[in-house]
Design a binder for this molecule. Structure first.
Ligand code: UD1
Ligand code: CA
Length: 459
């Protein structure tokens, strides 16, 4: 039978105290909605309908092209939200997963187990539940003396006795699709919040003598519903542990996994060693045997094998095998460092390609440059690429020796094996095998230092 899915994402998330719709807050680098969507994708649903409302266009963007959307113009409750999918789904035979967009920790595996359980038990509705130490705020699962689920009661509607129940509704369910939309016609707003509760369909099914069940999650953490920033931080911490553990299982060493921040899509090969306080974001890949020290932050970059990054920042760049970066280096977007390049302390590279074995050891700025192989940049070199309005390119050939404190004023080209003398301001192209000297000539005044007030003879 076919699977369908409905993701509830129309709410504002008042308790977040945010301008951003709740489901767009991120956990380990991607929105909560995207986490939920990825879990749902494990079921290969024939159709997925996301219910949007508050700031609908912003929410739509996240899943555009991946999901259909139904607009809930007024947020009258989770039951009302599901009704918005009626037009798209109500006539179809099959089962429908309904999931809240604010439960980012639920896994695809648990959703598969839930569906299997639902199908095997021939239920009309199956609730994904969990046992909470502190169930406050969640809907409670009420069972009769035979242990059968009879209804779900919301926190605000629960009697004192019902509030003792520790089994909670995760906000995820599987329903017989047609029966779901039929039952929704019978819910009302007679409750503490004056909302159409989706959870009310459970007692409606029971009253009809239909079979309702619950599949209990083993790990309560998965069920976490994020309603405020405290829960958001908890979700982040659970997700971090999950991500880091998966990398460890794959052969990555962590000095302190609690203090290492790796977003969901980062790929790390075996035998990488990562010290504490390292952040890896976005679409980043780290090749095997690389070593990332304390304080390193890498964003959307492809890092090769045996690369050493010491307390440095790399963004939207490609770093080949054997490169060393840092300490305190900044590799800015669209830079390409070829094999065995060495970028040392206080060096900034931006939008530049640097050829194999080239080195910039200290205090250098390389911007908009194409640099050959085996080039050496002396300390304090600046490629002056910007006139306040436009950026200009510098081309440096192979085996060039750039003397310390050279200021190279782009646009220009320095030929292979050329040298710039230390302290030169280079304003013209330098031909191959030539030396450019662009500095005042030194003159020595013999004995003059003795007249200088600081001279030892004056003290
Ligand atoms: C809901 C459940 C509760 C469960 C909890 C799990 C109901 C009545 N209660 O409560 O039993 O324990 O989730 O986390 O369903 N939404 C809409 N339109 C609306 C209202 C909500 O799209 O009109 C969306 C929200 O954006 C959110 C999700 O539905 O993604 C859940 O809504 P929320 O208000 O957080 O429900 P809870 O009070 O947490
Ligand atoms: Ca919630």
């Amino acid at each position: 039978m076919s699977n369908y899915a409905i993701i509830l994402a129309a709410g504002k998330g008042t308790r977040m105290k945010s301008d951003l719709p709740k489901v767009l807050h991120k956990v380990s680098g991607i929105t909560m909605l995207e986490h939920v969507f990825r879990a749902v994708s494990a079921l290969n649903p024939e159709k997925t309908v996301t219910i949007i409302g508050h700031k609908a266009e912003l929410v739509r963007e996240v899943l555009s092209g991946k999901s259909s959307f139904a607009l809930q113009t007024e947020q009258l409750g989770t039951g009302h939200a599901v009704m918005m999918a009626e037009e798209e789904l109500a006539r179809l035979a099959g089962q429908t997963l309904v999931i809240a967009g604010d439960t980012p920790l639920i896994t695809g595996e648990s959703l598969k187990n839930l569906i299997d359980f639902h199908v095997n038990h021939k239920n009309v509705a199956t609730i994904l539940t969990a046992t909470a130490d502190d169930p406050f705020g969640y809907g409670r699962i009420i069972r009769n003396q035979h242990g059968e689920v009879t209804k779900i009661v919301e926190q605000k509607d629960a009697t004192e006795f019902e509030q003792q129940v520790k089994e909670i509704n995760t906000g995820t369910y599987v329903f017989d699709n047609k029966r779901l939309f039929e039952a929704l016609k019978n819910i009302n707003t007679n409750n503490a919040q004056g909302e159409y509760y989706l959870t009310d369909v459970i007692s409606i099914f029971r009253e009809n003598g239909e079979k309702v069940g619950a599949y209990v999650l083993r790990d309560f953490n998965e069920s976490l519903g994020v309603n405020d920033r405290v829960a958001l931080a908890t979700a982040e911490s659970v997700m971090r542990n999950r991500i880091n553990k998966a990398h460890m299982v794959n052969g990555v060493s962590f000095q302190n996994p609690e203090a290492t921040y790796i977003e969901v899509d980062v790929v790390i090969e075996p035998d990488v060693v990562i010290e504490a306080n390292v952040t890896l974001k976005g679409q980043t890949k780290i090749g095997s045997e690389s070593f990332l020290t304390n304080g390193t932050c890498i964003v959307d970059s492809n890092i090769g094998q045996r690369v050493v990054v010491t307390n440095s920042t790399i963004k939207e760049s490609t770093v080949a095998d054997g490169v060393t970066v840092g300490p305190y280096a900044h590799i800015r977007p669209e830079s390409v460092l070829a094999e065995n390049v060495h970028i040392g302390n206080f060096v900034e590279v931006k939008g530049s390609t640097i050829g194999e074995n080239s080195k910039a050891g200290h205090l250098t700025y390389i911007g908009n440059a194409e640099v050959g192989t085996e080039v050496n940049f002396g300390a304090g070199t600046i490629l002056a690429n910007y006139d306040g309005k436009n950026k200009f390119k510098t081309t440096i050939g192979d085996n060039v020796f750039v003397g310390s404190n050279s200021t190279i004023i782009a646009p220009l080209t320095i030929g292979n094996r050329a040298v710039t003398a230390a302290g030169s301001t280079v304003t013209k192209d330098v031909p191959e095998d030539s030396i450019a000297i662009g500095r005042g000539r030194q003159e020595n005044k013999d004995g003059y230092a003795k007249h200088f007030p600081y001279h030892p003879s004056k003290r």
